[in-house]
Design a protein around this ligand. Sequence first.
Ligand SMILES: C[S@@+](CC[C@H](N)C(=O)[O-])C[C@H]1O[C@@H](n2cnc3c(N)ncnc32)[C@H](O)[C@@H]1O
Length: 439
Amino acid sequence: MMRKRAANAARSIEECGSHSVTMRSGMIENGVATELMLIREKEIAVPTDGQVSSKLPSRRSKNEFYRYYAGYPLEFAEWALKAMSIRPGGTVVDPWNGSGTTAAACARIGLSCKGYDIYPVMVHLGRSRVASPVDFAEAEELIGAVVELFPRNKTLDLTAVGSAYREIPVTNESAHSVAISALFPYVRKLLDVSRTKNPSWFKKGATVDGLNLDKDAFVSDWRSLLGELSRWRNTGDDVEGVIISIDRGDSRKSLGHKDAFDGVLTSPPYLTRLDYVQATLPELLALNKFEPVPNFKRLRRSMLGSPLTSERPVQSTERLPAKVKTLLDQIARHPSKASDAYYHRFFAKYFVDLQASLRSLTRVLKDGGSGCIVVQSSNYKEIEIDLAAVVISLAEPYGLRHQSTIAFQSRRSMSSVNSRAHEDARKPKGESALFFRKG
Ligand SMILES: C[S@@+](CC[C@H](N)C(=O)[O-])C[C@H]1O[C@@H](n2cnc3c(N)ncnc32)[C@H](O)[C@@H]1O
């Protein structure tokens, strides 16, 4: 998916030589008060070390189109990109694109961006976040074309809608993603997921098959969700020369040509053992009707931080830095149940995957290119997993040198909302924006 914007934001990037960071709650986003941080641009040339107050992106606006558990705020992304002083007209990569906050921020300040995500649901959502008004107009036409295929029906089911949709040639991938993404909240509601607080509510056997939908109500909901989605899109006017492109990709594999990017702004999945696929299964089930999706189990395994483990990464831990190996030993030796059998494997897989990802990320970053990686620390029982230190030590051997850290305190994390989690795991989590330079 590619699209052009004008590079008129060179000015704001040049001006961003100095910044200061202020945090505030009660920000207004889309007319709704949220707890996001507010960042003011003033005075600090390069991000410096320091503790900055207490409200990183714990809770998202209620009226956000897609309530995503793991995103950082758009304001933070804009600030971080400016703080890195990426050259005007430069290109940024985000190997864990998620809901596309990095891409949206790039679009707003006139940088090009290449986003990758392994999870097809997030690829469609990420593309929708940066889609143009033309893409939305074409998505509307797509919906019209699907509906026309059922002139006499009073009811529809998603299988029939999906098959009809597949008949329509894809001429604009972005419009295609927009039309599909608009249905995600619909399906979630249809399966009554919103009533449960547990994001991994899904049990075996849930299906969108055989649900008879009133055609007129369905089409009207689809169109109105498209409207909501367009309000979520928040990237400003199209700017010529700026290319925003989001595709499916695995952070551990090739992320493009060597030295292709001027900067990186990203955040890997955290060590919460949240199963993204499981947590968003309604969306994946719906998507499955519209296009072929990868095998569910294989997809779950390929996600960084997946709770599904395997033996293989344990054999690759030899290449990890000494202090990460020591941490893994500590976990394996912990006396609590399954420490050696399961948790050691879980953490080993995560660190090995993270190492492979940082390697491919450094490869595509230009010499002198800068990066910001946002991570959250966590606990295994009383053992502190300092993810910031782990990332720094994994990145260093590839030539990605740590420059500075901005630390935040996150009031809510997935483990802190889990009443059964270990007491240490429920403490407020430190979140860090780590700034790097290659070479
Ligand atoms: C913490 S989220 C990124 C959030 C993003 N910064 C935002 O603001 O929306 C991490 C993302 O990494 C993706 N992911 C997990 N494993 C991956 C892999 N191996 N390759 C690429 N993406 C992966 C997940 O699907 C998820 O969307």
